[in-house]
Design a protein around this ligand. Structure first.
Ligand code: GDP
Length: 604
């Protein structure tokens, strides 16, 4: 029997149904069991291909009894899917396009060759005009039948007919069979995230020798020679001075079968809000841990970011993970150390809700480049490790389904002035698709504008679909009305904006109990908004979802509860049961993540 099965009041016997776990100890400070966490996390691979979401069975708070079955059915029944979104082979080239998604700026990368969209095969002419916009079938519309809380006063039908696109077919053509995957890199500060990914990009030819030489020289001059590879990603001066990665930068690279948009997440504790933004937009993650003696432990203990990041990405919908057991050079590539780390981490990740078969462990050295893009030849490693290298493992991630047939939704991660008359926003398309010329509604502030241009990986395109990280050039609206966190949507099927909503939350390992009027920071997609817990409606049984107590006075760690939240300013939200990506959020208080939640009712 497990030594720590009943951890801080948790009966793991009740929560775990997997017998494998029972022989192991649970050294965990998070009051979350997989089945409890399961109620707050979901698989992005579970979407139906039609784009019409099945009625959500995990989160229907109206019928809590159902939750028993959903718990037993587990989290991760997502099937691997064929390519839904991928990119053209012809894009392979020494190119790193970088933009920050912190809401501050867009910086262009380096080494972008002068290849036109046509040459790259990305610009295609949409088929002949089809039926008018009213006829364009948009699946999932029924979920938005209710009147939005801010009635879109200025909504007009799109000005011109939208050519009908078979998005799925066009996506396959556009991407030449390559699948698009958004990857976030997480882990404790100094685990070697930037060095690892910077070196990987260098080995892939995404950074030329001259640029790398420049980074080497500059880092030597600054007395930080070991940071040269990290500088490939940590582009801003401030980051270099502080030696930490602050923004979530975005970079692109290719594997055999995929185009990867890489988001390098910051490891510093202060920057977790930015990391949430990165992780909210990711499909898969690389968790970097430092194998050096004492360092893995430091990052893994309470206060380290390994656990918090792991839990966060899972709560935000990431189901597949590669763990780079990094700095293996520091421990002479010892198999015992590698196994020790797998043992400790594996147990935790399972509890956080990751399926064992969706987690892979790779021994690496970001500094020497060992096992990054080719299998290691070093006998120190080959004598006990014959598995995949990091790039091969990333290539073998399963691609998520994209909600291309749902109404258009893009959550703004950055706003900046265009050189021309309009302005630009960047963000990931969470659902649907957009074409140049489309009229879009922005919620809030409930105003419309026109899409003048669309850019994907710095190349102009005529349309873009769910899963794409794009930049839109817009006209017909004042830039000052658009903020990070606004949602661009289809005016015919608008998203709701509200300040009050009901949510089901799972409370993390908190010190201070949550009471009525508790102030929190509400993190949702790219939004970070002050909010208050207005009402504690009920405490729910962590397994069955049944109400165990009405109107509780306080909520404590590990509890599952129904609450009403009020944000300071309106935020555009969806119900979790309708749009998973747009219906879940995190709550933070005083620098820590205190809860993960899902929206169950929009109040107004
Ligand atoms: P981040 O904060 O996780 O992005 O970590 P950095 O990439 O900035 O690396 C932190 C420090 O660890 C730097 O001095 C790196 O040179 C060093 N480092 C990174 N990877 C390795 C590695 O594989 N082996 C060794 N020995 N040092 C490494």
């Amino acid at each position: 029997m497990a030594r720590h099965r009943n951890v801080r009041g948790y009966n793991y016997d009740e929560d775990f149904e997997d017998d494998d776990l029972y022989g192991q100890s649970v050294e965990d400070d998070y009051c979350i069991s997989p089945s409890t966490a399961a109620q707050f996390i979901y698989s992005r691979r579970d979407k139906t291909p039609s784009g019409v979401e099945p009625v959500d069975e995990e989160y229907d708070t109206e019928d809590p009894k159902e939750s028993t079955n959903r718990q037993l059915s587990g989290l991760d029944q997502g099937k691997s899917t064929d390519s839904q979104v991928s990119r053209s082979e012809s894009e392979i080239g020494p190119k790193v396009a970088r933009m920050t998604i912190s809401g501050k700026k867009q910086t262009m990368g380096f080494e972008v060759p002068g290849v036109t969209a046509e040459e790259n095969g990305h610009s295609f002419h949409t088929p002949q005009k089809g039926p008018s916009s009213e006829d364009v079938p948009v699946a999932g519309s029924s979920v938005l039948e209710a009147e939005p809380n801010i009635t879109p006063a200025s909504v007009k039908k799109p000005g011109k007919s939208k050519p009908q696109i078979d998005v799925k077919a066009e996506l396959e053509k556009r991407q030449g069979g390559k699948q698009l995957l958004n990857l976030v890199v997480i882990g404790h500060v100094d685990a070697g995230k930037s060095t690892l990914m910077g070196h990987l990009l260098y080995l892939l030819g995404n950074v030329n020798k001259r640029t790398m030489h420049k980074y080497e020289e500059e880092s030597k001059k600054a007395g930080k020679a070991s940071f040269a590879y990290a500088w490939v990603l940590d582009e801003t001066g401030e980051e270099r001075e502080r030696g930490v990665t602050m923004d979530v930068g975005m970079t692109k690279f290719e594997t055999k079968t995929k185009v990867i948009t890489l988001m390098d997440a910051p490891g510093h504790k202060d920057f977790i809000p930015n990391m949430i933004t990165g992780a909210a937009q990711a499909d898969v993650a690389v968790l970097v841990v430092d194998a050096s003696t004492g360092e893995f432990e430091a990052g893994f203990e309470t206060g380290g970011q390994t656990r918090e990041h792991g839990l966060l990405v899972r709560s935000l919908g990431v189901t597949q993970l590669v763990v780079a057991v990094n700095k293996m050079d520091q421990v002479n590539w010892q198999e015992e150390r590698f196994q020790e780390i797998i043992g400790k981490l594996g147990q935790f990740l399972k509890q956080a809700g990751f399926k064992e078969s969706d987690v892979a462990y790779i021994p690496t050295s970001g500094l020497s480049g060992e096992n990054l893009i080719t299998k290691s030849q070093s006998s120190e490693l080959t004598k006990w490790y014959q598995g995949l290298c990091l790039l091969e493992q990333i290539d073998s991630f399963k691609s998520p389904q994209r909600a291309t047939e749902k109404p258009f939704r893009l959550c703004v991660s950055d706003v900046f002035k265009d050189q021309g008359s309009g302005f630009c926003v960047t963000g990931k398309i969470e659902a649907g698709f957009v074409q140049t010329g489309d009229r879009l509604l922005v919620m809030p502030p409930n105003e419309t504008c026109t899409t003048k241009g669309i850019t994907l990986h710095d190349e102009p395109i005529d349309w873009a679909a769910a899963g794409d990280h794009v930049s839109l050039t817009l006209t017909g609206m004042d830039i000052i009305k658009v903020n990070v966190g606004c949602v661009f949507c289809d005016p015919r099927e608008p998203i709701k904006a509200c300040t009050r909503f009901k949510a089901r939350i799972l409370i993390f390992n908190i010190e201070i109990p949550i009471t009525k009027g508790f102030p929190v920071l509400f993190h949702y997609q790219t939004v970070s908004e002050p909010a208050t817990i207005r009402r504690l409606i009920s405490i729910l049984h962590k397994s069955t979802g049944e109400v165990t107590k009405k109107k509780p006075k306080l909520l404590t760690k590990g509890q599952n509860a129904l609450v009403e939240v009020e944000t300071q300013r309106p935020v555009a939200l969806e119900l979790y049961k309708d749009f998973k990506e747009l219906g879940r959020f995190m709550l933070r208080y005083s620098g820590s993540t205190i809860a993960a939640g899902v929206v169950t009712e929009i109040k107004g």
